[in-house]
Design a binder for this molecule. Structure first.
Ligand code: SF4
Ligand code: SF4
Length: 319
């Protein structure tokens, strides 16, 4: 889309109506015949009754354009949602009382240059196929593919313009959005592929939500004394995290990967002395547990001996 044009939700994060998904796997070189512009009869028709889930980069980009702190943006324009059939909390755009996106007007999208990733994708959807390896030494099999959503009300499919999915992605600024969201999307997909059998604690969910939606709060946490006493940062990194929102957002993905998903090599380094304290604490806990077990064992032994003695005395008395 080249003008102030509205789009609906891409099934990348939410499928509005799966029956509108055409059953053809598309690649980057597949051709797409589509154009959305203010001249189409359905102009802005797709900016209502939709689920537009926001990625961390979407939130950052839109609220910066609106010059709003994270909290105010979240309260005014979003509502909580679970991400991609997982138990991970996130946010989607809060529709107005007519079920319309708060950013749409008759002239089109008022945040067009900063519109969410989902809006950029429509009517193309992207999906990942990921299969865990049978052997842990083998790499997992993964594939990325595209599909087309064709809804009756959308007249963009009747336009003449044809381009490849690759060109479409560039035209819509999807490459940049995906690059920014990549590590976060991988965490969501990872959670989705694990299913709900693996439980995530409530505090872990709260941290995930905070880091994914409110970078102001996440920054406060990063610069809190307890965080600074736990993790090792060089001055240069600290300066970047203090001043650069995108750097902070990227760091939040690594932080979530390491602390919630236990992914190694996230670049998050726990301070040596904190590590020693933790190991010492674990040793103390273990020593105390061993001592308690020893005491319990001695008490049980004593009870057993007492019982034996009582039985022997009773037998003697009976004779
Ligand atoms: S953000 Fe813009 S493109 Fe997306 S639904 Fe709202 S008005 Fe439409
Ligand atoms: S052509 Fe499709 S994407 Fe464009 S405004 Fe119409 S319904 Fe929305």
């Amino acid at each position: 889309m080249t003008q102030q044009a509205p789009e609906s939700n891409s099934p990348t994060l939410f499928a509005k109506n799966p029956s509108n998904i055409l059953p053809h796997k598309l690649t980057l070189d597949s051709k797409l015949r589509f154009r959305c512009h203010p001249g189409v009869s359905c102009f802005t028709a797709c900016c209502g009754n939709i689920n537009i889930v926001l990625t961390p980069y979407d939130i950052l980009r839109i609220r910066r354009a609106l010059n709003l702190p994270a909290q105010e943006f979240l309260l005014r324009f979003t509502t909580p949602v679970y991400l991609e059939q997982t138990d991970l909390p996130g946010v989607k755009i809060l529709l107005d009382e007519d079920g319309r996106c708060p950013f749409v007007t008759e002239e089109g999208c008022t945040i067009y240059s900063y519109r969410p990733t989902t809006c950029r994708y429509y009517p193309v959807g992207m999906s990942y196929f990921r299969e865990a390896p049978a052997d842990k030494n083998e790499a997992s099999i993964s594939e990325e593919f595209y599909f087309l959503v064709k809804e009756d009300h959308c007249k963009g499919h009747q336009e003449e313009k044809t381009q490849t999915i690759r060109e479409w992605r560039i035209d819509q600024g999807i490459d940049e959005s995906d690059l920014m969201n990549k590590e976060w999307m991988e965490l969501v997909m990872r959670r989705k592929s694990f299913g709900r059998q693996a439980t995530l604690s409530e505090p872990a969910k709260r941290i995930f939500f905070m880091a994914s939606t409110d970078l102001d709060k996440f920054r406060e946490m990063v610069f809190s004394p307890s965080f600074q006493n736990t993790y090792d940062f060089d001055e240069q990194t600290l300066a970047k995290l203090r001043e650069d929102d995108v750097e902070l957002m990227r760091f939040s993905f690594r932080f979530l990967a390491a602390t919630i998903f236990g992914i190694p090599d996230s670049g998050l380094k726990v301070k040596e002395e904190r590590l020693k304290q933790k190991i010492e604490q674990m040793k103390q806990n273990r020593d105390q547990a061993e001592q308690r077990a020893e005491e319990t064992y001695k008490e049980l032994l004593k009870d057993h001996e007492d019982l034996k003695r009582q039985v022997a005395e009773k037998q003697k008395g009976d004779r």
